[in-house]
Design a protein around this ligand. Structure first.
Ligand code: RFL
Ligand code: PHB
Length: 400
């Protein structure tokens, strides 16, 4: 039996932060979208990932109409700590970066808010689709084929957005047109969510001879903690007692205690840097993790996904309203400026804070850089303005 033909304006593959935010922004401008997700709603809503929102991301989510709970439950932070050589130093982000701040609000919560908004508006969002493939990308009528609840569909549209993450199908479909830049790191992060109040009022990034550690949080009752581990580490080698012991060893300070609690979730995240150029081919546009990956040390992945779709939404809206396609033609170039800045920052934070290997020379360079950041306002400001996120206006300036 043939596929059922359906039609929309913009087909969005992937219901992560990139795809969902784009669908929301386009809906606000009266543009019709269909969002296709291969996982279940529950899986997507429970996948624990990022926690740090840049101010620019917060503003985009507000503009998309999903800011209400984020403002109520998100926690505004004005600084972070860097810990090394047995001392903890505060970097006053807001003082150094024109008053800008970050908001602690889990990616899971952002995704729940976006899904709820879409479902409440009665807009099309299909979970559990299979066999997704993209076609006719070099024509004016591209299409997406997929199966949903045992029925085959062909979705015709004006443009397809590949917001299907690093392991999706969109990037591979155009890989012969792409150039890839990548770097793997010989370590990973072991992350836990614990039923424990945060031990520190602000995030603590720790450089330690036993490896990097990070104290983060999700709410006044939930801590999110990370440890550097080997790239090939197995989770069953890390019973909860070993995780807490290791955290204590890396982060403890005289007169300060790490609060323990029940471990609610744990996982290992590989570390990788990856960029594909360009981020578009014909009528297919890649956004978020499908186009680029950063190691999580700079807290940039989710924020980059949101800035990509902000650029893409503006370009699509412009092309529908005025027929002007120059924003779409420039999409990749506009995004890549910001992407490479975040790539560099994430690489820099990662290589400054993790144990890189046996060479003591690396360790001395790291300590020297850390001492410089906490003693020079210029160096601290460089960290601060990248961490809180360069304003979106930076795109226009940098693109000149
Ligand atoms: P996502 O979130 O991976 O969403 C892609 C969606 O596409 C679906 N999909 C498909 N759908 C249909 N058909 C197919 N064939 C499909 N193949 C895949 C997937 O199921 C999924 O739902 O990508 P998106 O939207 O680009 O968002 C990117 C962010 O998720 C990611 O960059 C961040 O989580 C990275 N990240 C962090 N970013 C930050 O900005 N700040 C942080 O503090 C931060 N911490 C982190 C992080 C990522 C981590 N992990 C686990 C990778 C901490 C960790 C531990
Ligand atoms: C998190 O809370 O999950 C988190 C915070 C900061 C990072 C990475 C992850 O750099």
């Amino acid at each position: 039996m043939g596929a059922t033909k359906v039609r929309t304006q913009v087909a969005i593959i992937g219901a992560g932060p990139a795809g969902l935010t784009l669908s929301c922004l386009l809906h606000g401008a009266g543009i019709e979208t269909v969002v296709l997700e291969n996982r279940s709603r529950r899986y997507v809503e429970e996948r624990i990932r990022a926690g740090v929102l840049e101010q620019g991301t917060v503003e985009v989510l507000e503009a998309a109409g999903v800011g209400e709970r984020m403002h109520r439950e998100g926690i505004v932070h004005h600084g972070i700590y860097l810990q090394f050589a047995g001392e903890r130093h505060r970097i006053p982000l807001s003082d150094l970066a024109d008053g800008r701040s970050i908001v602690i609000y889990g990616q899971t919560e952002v995704v729940k808010d976006l899904i709820e908004a879409r479902v409440n508006a009665g807009l099309e969002l299909r979970f559990g689709v299979a066999d997704v493939s993209v076609h006719e990308l070099e024509t004016d009528l591209p299409s997406v084929r997929f199966t949903h609840e045992h029925e085959q569909f062909e979705l015709e549209c004006d443009a397809i957005v590949g917001a299907d993450g690093f392991h999706g199908v969109c990037r591979p479909a155009i890989e012969q047109h792409l150039r890839v830049f990548s770097r793997e790191y010989p370590f990973a992060w072991l992350g836990i969510l614990a039923a424990a109040p945060p031990s520190s009022d602000e995030l603590v990034y720790t450089h330690h001879e036993r490896g990097f550690a990070l104290l983060s949080l999700r709410s006044p009752e939930r801590s999110r903690l990370y440890l550097q581990c080997a790239a090939d580490e197995r989770l069953d080698e890390w019973p909860d007692t070993r995780i807490w012991d290791e955290l204590h060893r890396r982060v403890s300070l005289d007169g300060w205690t790490l609060v323990e609690g029940e471990v609610l979730e744990k996982g290992i995240t590989p570390m990788r840097s990856f960029v594909t150029e360009p981020m578009q081919h014909g009528r297919l546009f890649l956004a978020g993790d499908s186009a680029h990956i950063v190691p999580p040390t700079g807290a940039k992945g989710l924020n980059l996904a949101i800035s990509d779709v902000t650029v893409l939404a503006e370009a699509l809206i412009d092309s529908y309203r005025s027929g002007n396609r120059s924003g779409l033609a420039e999409y990749s170039r506009t995004c890549l400026r910001r992407v490479w800045r975040a790539e560099h920052f994430s690489y820099w934070m990662t290589t400054m804070l993790h144990q890189l290997g046996e060479d003591p020379f690396d360790n001395q360079l790291q300590l020297s850089q850390l001492r410089y950041i906490v003693s020079s306002e210029a160096a601290a400001r460089t960290l601060a303005e990248n961490y809180v996120g360069l304003p979106l206006g930076h795109r226009a300036v940098a693109a000149d």
